[in-house]
Structure formats: structure tokens, C-alpha cells
Design a protein around this ligand. Sequence first.
Ligand SMILES: [Zn+2]
Ligand SMILES: [Zn+2]
Length: 161
Amino acid sequence: MSQRRKLTLEKSMNAPYSGGCQCGQIRYEIQAEPLTLYVCHCNECQKQSSSAFGMSMTVSRDAVTLTKGQPKQWKRVSDKGREVSCWFCSNCGTRLFHNPARNNKITNIKPGTLDDTSWLKPAGNLWTRSAQQWLAHDKDMLNYEAQPDDFSQLIERFQPK
Ligand SMILES: [Zn+2]
Ligand SMILES: [Zn+2]
């Protein structure tokens, strides 16, 4: 492979990633490669997505820049008693980011808001015990009945773009 072609391919694997809410009032950019991506079937994620499950793409918090608009914040307390700040568009209601108080270095992007979702491949499923029963879990993914104490395997297993 020529050096030039190699550089082109490497570039296509790299940040920035862009995304935004459904109505377009909020836009963001991510200037780093994601750390992991997982699916969560807990009841809170079913509520927040108003659907079957939530997805979280973990990125370094300082790599996320708002390029348009200002999202609104709503806070909830997790079952472990920790606060999660949930950011959403106040016009269309799309959930964009979750900032967990347990780790102020990361943010969880709601990856359905990315402009390109075609490359997303989650490393695992969380809270499979509350998953909707029609869903089949891929045996090759990391499947956790509830919340894992440690996310290192999810980070290791994740294949970026
Ligand atoms: Zn919006
Ligand atoms: Zn969840």
C-alpha cells in the first residue's frame, strides 16, 4: 500500500465525529476516538429513549464541543445513589449526552444523534435481565445481567470505526 493511500485510510478512521438533535438546533463535534460503545436495557434507558433500550458511546468529556445551540440539563440519581446529568434539546427533546458524576473525565454520547451511525457496533449489553423479551442478544458480545462494576472489558472489546 502506498504511503498516500495509507494516510487517507487512517484519516477516514479518525475524529472528528459530528452529530446533533432531531430538529437541528443543537449540533456537536467530538475531537477524539470513542472509548467504548454499549447497549443498556435498564428501565431508565427504556424511558429516556422512549424505546427498547439506550445506547452509550463513551468519549473523553473535553473532546466534545458544542458547535450550535445550548442544550438543557436534567439530573437524576442512579440506583447506586450517584447523580447523572442528562442533556437534551429543549426544542425537540432529543437526548444528547449523559455526564456521570462517578467519572467527570467522560461523557456518554447518545449515538443515535451522530450524523453517521452506519459504523456503530456495540461491545456489549448491560442490564439484560430487564431487556424486552423479543430481543435476542448476540453471544459474541459482552452480556451483563446488570451494571458491571468495571467497564475495562467493554473498553478493550470495542472496535472503533
Ligand atoms: Zn432539537
Ligand atoms: Zn441504562
